[in-house]
Design a protein around this ligand. Structure first.
Ligand code: OSB
Ligand code: MG
Length: 367
């Protein structure tokens, strides 16, 4: 296939409800959608970089020029047969995994469509229901959080993750546990703590949490080793795992017992598969993280989650939790048992809603 055209669109959507992490509160989402065309087919990907450099140094406004100037030109007009050739072509571009992943995702979708098979199959997954959890942000009051948890449990979600930060942690988790003694519960600190907080974090051990996600700085694997040695609760790393070597190193030194895989954070499906494989070989379970994706990105996450070692419920949930109208059709929905069954259609298995995408596009560039 020869890549004839690449279109990058920035879309902007309000969130149904604000989302707050230890980085701050957001009310809307800007994302880049990447479309690649060849042989009359279109492949779609989503770049998950955010408006602000909180979770990552990347933003929408860094991903745009990196895609335009350095990534798209390396693929345009190129004859390609396999999406996993792409990482080699962009290897000389340092970093910027989210920008890279957006384009790579579109290439995987295109390859799967050209082969007439679902993306999950091309990635090496198995058709099975994907267990889903939800991530619930920091709220103005504990009562609001309890109500939200109740709603999500009623919708069938299999695991609840709550965001924590200093001042919204032990007291809040205690209140949640008191109200919901037996649910599968975990916390995500998004790097909000440091080594002076170990005694405080150890207080969370008594709540029987499924895991504690990324308590310390993204570049501090060393202190995660010390913290994990002190905790009964498994540590799961998110921000710290940038690629397969990070996963290998973190597991080798005992910095975590679980790994969160986000295609955007590690630079694309090829690297995500490699991280998955490293973890599987070491007996470390993984789950698919989320970045408040719209439907296109969510569909990719569903496909990735069909790989064998994705054994824990992911942050792969219904689009309507975040957006009034999705970029994909049908919108990504979760069954009453808290699972998503992957589509059997070719590629990502969902259609981009072009009319809606046009309406929410704030800039676009065709190459
Ligand atoms: O750390 O997992 C995270 C959202 C934005 C940035 C980072 C994270 C998150 C979430 C949301 O927790 C997960 C979702 O998409 O539902
Ligand atoms: Mg996280």
């Amino acid at each position: 296939m020869k890549l004839e055209r690449v279109i990058v669109r920035e879309v902007s959507l309000p969130l149904v409800h604000f989302f707050e992490t230890s980085f701050g509160r957001i009310h809307g989402r800007r994302v880049l959608l990447v479309e690649v065309r060849a042989d009359g087919l279109s492949g779609w990907g989503e770049c998950v970089a955010d408006d602000a450099p909180g979770f990552s140094y990347e933003t929408v406004d860094t991903a745009w020029p990196v895609l335009s100037r350095f990534l798209v030109p390396r693929m345009l007009g190129v004859r390609f047969s396999r999406a996993d050739e792409y990482p080699g072509r962009v290897r000389s571009v340092r970093g910027h995994p989210m920008a890279k992943a957006g384009l790579e995702a579109a290439l995987w979708d295109l390859q799967a469509k050209a082969a007439g098979i679902p993306l999950w199959k091309l990635l090496g997954g198995r058709h099975r229901p994907i267990p889903c959890g939800v991530s619930i942000g920091i709220q103005d009051r504990p009562g609001i959080l309890l109500r939200k948890i109740e709603q999500e449990l009623e919708a069938g979600y299999q695991r609840i993750k709550i965001k924590i930060k200093p001042g919204w942690d032990v007291r809040i988790v205690a209140a949640v546990r008191k109200r919901f003694p037996r649910i599968s519960l975990m916390v995500d600190a998004n790097s909000a703590y440091d080594r002076t907080d170990f005694d405080h974090l150890a207080e969370l051990d008594r709540f029987d949490l499924l895991m504690m996600e990324q308590p310390l700085e993204y570049d501090d694997v060393f202190r995660h080793v010390e913290l994990q040695a002190r905790l009964r609760t498994p540590i799961c790393l998110d921000e710290s795992i940038r690629h397969r070597r990070d996963a290998d190193h973190a597991i080798s030194v005992g910095a975590c017992r679980i790994v969160n895989i986000k295609m955007g954070r590690v630079g694309g499906h090829t690297e995500a598969k490699a991280v998955h494989d490293v973890c599987r070989a070491r007996g470390v379970p993984v789950w698919c993280g989320g970045m408040l994706e719209t439907g296109i990105g969510r569909a990719h996450n569903v496909a990735l989650s069909t790989l064998e070692n994705f054994t824990l419920p992911g942050d792969v949930s219904a689009s309507r939790r975040y957006f009034h109208r999705d970029t994909a059709r049908p919108p990504i929905e979760v069954d009453a048992d808290g699972t998503i069954t992957p589509s059997l259609d070719p590629g990502i298995g969902y259609e981009p809603d072009l009319e809606w995408i046009d309406r929410i596009t704030v800039r676009s560039r065709a190459f």
